[in-house]
Ligand binder design. Sequence first.
Ligand code: AMP
Length: 249
Amino acid sequence: MKVLVGVKRVVDFNVNVRVRSDRSGVDTDNVKMSINPFDEVAVEQAVRLKEAGAAAEVIVFSVGPDRAAETIRTALAMGADRGILVQTDQATEPLAVAKVIAALVAREAPRLVLLGKQAIDDDCNQTAQMAAGLLGWPQGTSASALRLAGDVLQVTREVDAGTEELELALPAVVSVDLRLNDPRHASLPSIMKARKKEIASVTPDSLGVDAAPRLSVLEVRPPEERKAGRKVRGVAELASEISAVLEDA
Ligand code: AMP
């Protein structure tokens, strides 16, 4: 079984993002970019499936600029077999990525597509659902545990009320939550080995996908500054502060 894994290049989660002065978006100039943390979990899971003998090949893809090849290289160093860069300098929206996934599935015939639950740049949480819809495949989103039993994938999902158990018939699309596993750190030898692994470069056009953005961002604003807190001396003072706030409201 081949496993196809999506890896997005995003602003590193440790970076304190700043809104551009013209409010058109977030400043990414000279900012550290990394693999989306949820995608690292997806790569780890795919590599574990391969190590357990359940997957024959792990193919990672990224839709993005040339530098997204670095993100693919990170996944190759973790143990993925080969990469596909779907090159575009435009912003990537979930529907366009879902169409790319459908086109790559037609080419590569994977039995499992593993994605992150969400990309931490725009927090859409839509790509897996759209890809499953376009493919007509079952989906399990926000997976915190996966068990493969023959052609059936048992998925534990994180939901508001706790967890939910699903059984999906393969082929299927699964998006993963952070609780699924602890991604490995690539060792130096695997980083060196990854340099020799193949990364094919294609474009959305060559896959027959129109990846042009369909959404326009009207304005991006930083969150309101939070007021500093203040210590109170006890319950009586806290209660009187609360009633003062309620009276003002
Ligand atoms: P989103 O729906 O944008 O929150 O993204 C959910 C998941 O879809 C991500 O965690 C990735 O696994 C995948 N994905 C989204 N955008 C891309 C992209 N440009 N390239 C590769 N995978 C992507």
